[in-house]
Design a protein around this ligand. Structure first.
Ligand code: ADE
Length: 232
């Protein structure tokens, strides 16, 4: 049976999914609790990675090494980088990129880790197509977009930083883990997908919007991920 790893950075992003699991066993590693069990008839390992790229990369490697997962899904919230993508809407990653990697001094483009052969990490088409169909069905009240996700160790909450990230990445949303998961998945040859609901606009209103809309945004991703497991 295939096993799917599901990563959320924060407890709020995975708590409801964990409650919906059956046949649960727990393994602790690197300060993270890995909940193995069944969700929507699918064998899954659900884990809170902690915030940021390093935590997310470590978490993905453990899913690969210890649980030999066949796919990784990263669920959570993000700041919108496009006017038409509203709070509550969902972005499915076509690919991911680190907006805070900068070795231009050596002739690399923004986002490219020196001596790696790519600056973007393509997400899996089949996972994205399934997520798209399921999302339209179970979250009909919101818009769902397919596009690039830009990640960095930075909560983006001002217009200037936001504009810089847009110019450098052409991404649809920004968060703090997706591209690290993408990089780890790429290195291990594991299909992956980032699913993010928008909690704020990554601008000067982000500090206020984020806490207000976090719960609502998470409700949409939980609904999608649970139903996606049934469809896979
Ligand atoms: N996650 C949710 N909103 C975010 C933002 N504005 N910047 C980075 N990560 C986020």
């Amino acid at each position: 049976m295939n096993t799917i790893g599901i990563i959320g950075a924060m407890e709020e992003e995975v708590a409801i999914l964990k409650e919906k699991m059956s046949e649960v066993t727990v393994l602790e590693k690197a300060g993270m609790e890995f909940f193995k069990g069944i969700l929507g008839g699918q064998q899954v390992v659900i884990v809170r990675s902690g915030i940021g790229k390093v935590n997310a990369g470590i978490c993905t490697q453990i899913l690969a090494d210890v649980f030999q997962v066949n796919a990784v899904i990263n669920t959570g919230i993000a700041g919108s980088l496009k006017v038409e993508i509203n709070i509550g809407d969902i972005v499915l990653s076509t690919d991911t990129m680190q907006h805070d990697v900068d070795a231009r001094e050596f002739g690399y483009e923004i986002g490219q880790v020196p001596r790696m052969d790519t600056r973007t990490f393509p997400a899996d088409d089949r996972l994205r197509e399934t997520a798209l169909q399921v999302c339209r069905k179970v979250n009909p009240e919101i818009q769902v977009f397919e596009g690039r996700v830009a990640s960095g160790d930075q909560f983006v909450a001002d217009k200037e930083t936001k504009e810089k990230i847009i110019a450098n990445t052409q991404a649809y949303c920004t968060e703090m883990e997706g591209a690290a998961i993408g990089q780890a998945a790429y290195l291990n040859g594991i299909p992956y997908l980032v699913i993010r609901a928008i909690s704020d606009k990554a601008d000067d209103s982000a500090h206020m919007d984020y806490p207000a809309f976090e719960k609502e945004a998470i409700r949409h991703t939980v609904n999608l991920v649970e139903n996606m497991m049934k469809a896979l």
